[in-house]
Write a protein that binds this ligand. Structure first.
Ligand SMILES: [Zn+2]
Length: 180
């Protein structure tokens, strides 16, 4: 049953049945998955963040159909304000590939990236970023600003927002409600 009740692709069990389901296996290429199916894997990472008391945001990095990086938001556990899901996923992807540039890579993240993460995505030379729900208090891929295609900068990447956005927003809402 889908959390958002509409897009079946947002169900991770359909997205990656081979995994059983756990996290996306690193380096296991399954070309041809939809944006919603990849986002389902990022939603799984977000759920794992919530289980340890972190704000539920998850991300994965995909190159050529293979997941090469996974990230859960974990600034509290890491005592690190830069430990956003996107940064954690970028670090694993760069280690997997052995390169500080991720040319041709796509990042799927459940919530619109912040200013810091957009900066890191530009540094990584990301090709495309797909996000779930907008972040009215911090999103910098359209909400508070947009540096994905700023002609003053030396890199640009494509953006698609709103993929499984209801599922991502529901995770956040349930998390903050449970802590009130
Ligand atoms: Zn961020």
């Amino acid at each position: 049953m889908d959390r958002d009740g509409t897009r079946s692709g947002c169900d991770r069990k359909q997205a990656w049945p081979a995994a059983g389901y756990g996290a996306a296996p690193i380096g296991h290429s399954v070309p041809g998955l939809s944006d919603e199916e990849y986002m389902a894997l990022a939603l799984f990472e977000a759920e794992r963040a919530a289980h340890v008391g972190e704000v539920p945001v998850g991300a994965i990095v995909v190159v050529g159909g293979a997941v090469v990086g996974r990230g859960q938001n974990r600034p509290i556990a890491s005592a690190d304000p830069t430990a956003h899901a996107e940064i954690v996923a970028l670090r694993e992807a760069c280690r997997s590939i052995g390169n500080y540039r991720l040319v041709g890579a796509e990042l799927f993240v459940t919530v619109e990236p912040c200013l810091m993460c957009v900066g890191a995505l530009l540094q990584a030379r990301m090709t495309r970023v797909v996000y779930g729900c907008p972040d009215p208090k911090g999103g910098f891929l359209g909400t508070l600003g947009d540096f994905s295609r700023d002609s003053r900068l030396n890199h640009a990447f494509a953006v698609r927002g709103g993929v499984c956005g209801d599922a991502a927003a529901t995770l956040l809402r349930e998390f903050f409600r449970s802590r009130r």
